[in-house]
Design a protein around this ligand. Sequence first.
Ligand code: UD1
Length: 353
Amino acid sequence: MRKILTIVGARPQFIKAAAISHVISEQFPDSIAEDILHTGQHYDDAMSATFFRELAIPAPRYNLGVGSGSHGSQTAAMLKGVEEVLLAETYDAVLVYGDTNSTLAGALAAAKLGVPVMHVEAGLRSYNRAMPEELNRVLTDHASTLLFAPTLTAMENLRNEGFVDERMLFSGDVMLDNVRRYAPAATLPPTYDGEEMLLTVHRNTNTDAPERLSAILSGVDEAAGRMGVQALFPVHPRIRQRVDSMMFSHIRTVAPLSYLQTLAVLQRVHLVMTDSGGLQKETFFSRRPCVVLREETEWTEIVACGAATLTQPTATSIADAAARMWELTPSEPLQFGDGHAANHILDAISSLF
Ligand code: UD1
């Protein structure tokens, strides 16, 4: 029996880890044992525990309880905590997901101790080093032993940085596995009231400057007004206070949604406006058009096929983009693998063992 330590900490990682955990328990029960380490980066029930319950993810064996902080102090606390676990217990590999501070801390702690690092969602690039996520993913990729790329673009990005084919695999995207697995169980939240637009915004580049946040929300408000609809806005706790101090007639704010609630809302709305990477993909997988509230994206294939569009952070750019995208129905999401990414990832990890 080989032992894997899965490191998660932020909301999108719980969702990605669910895909892998299910395949481990269903298909590798006698050869792979998984322990989960939660860094505690996200800790509100609606940002964390809800996902473990709803997606039936095994309870974390370790919880570092790191909580909020500056990037340096948060990452440092995680690095120290993960190292302590890896010194106390032997693991054959560490699995990290995406590009958060939890990803980087987990990868760095393991690589320094010589424990092989497996990076799920490797090779993504925005080529904007001002984003904390860009630094996290570049550094994580370079600390990893095996890199699992969700798209062919991600494979190409890695080749351009000198990675050899033996270290990487085009696995497809575990988030597509999840949308397929969980769509039948999607359940509308009690807070849903027939809205036809879904809005999320939480990136620090969009939310830290009040003028920029206000311009973005004004653009969404204007778009919904032009279309004669309402936008549902589940608010990330980091910006709750700032959003509460602004008023918009076509935007209705609610608490964060669970995963199954998000999938259900995606099946109801016409258009999604977001700066989230994960939601851009879930929108595409649900065959809804997306206005990306950013000037660049890591998920370039969704923009290339016309299912999403990028925007400038001005009200007019956002409202015009929404009007253009409103009635579009995106094509099948063929660029993200065959919906069995988790199986391909675990097959590759087993062969390494
Ligand atoms: C993090 C990731 C980002 C990811 C996002 C998903 C990094 C650098 N960023 O951003 O890539 O898209 O998660 O949501 O790792 N807070 C709460 N309760 C919580 C969690 C956060 O109140 O459960 C508040 C705290 O005030 C905290 C702030 O949100 O300081 C920011 O949280 P943090 O985890 O540092 O970053 P995110 O903005 O969530």
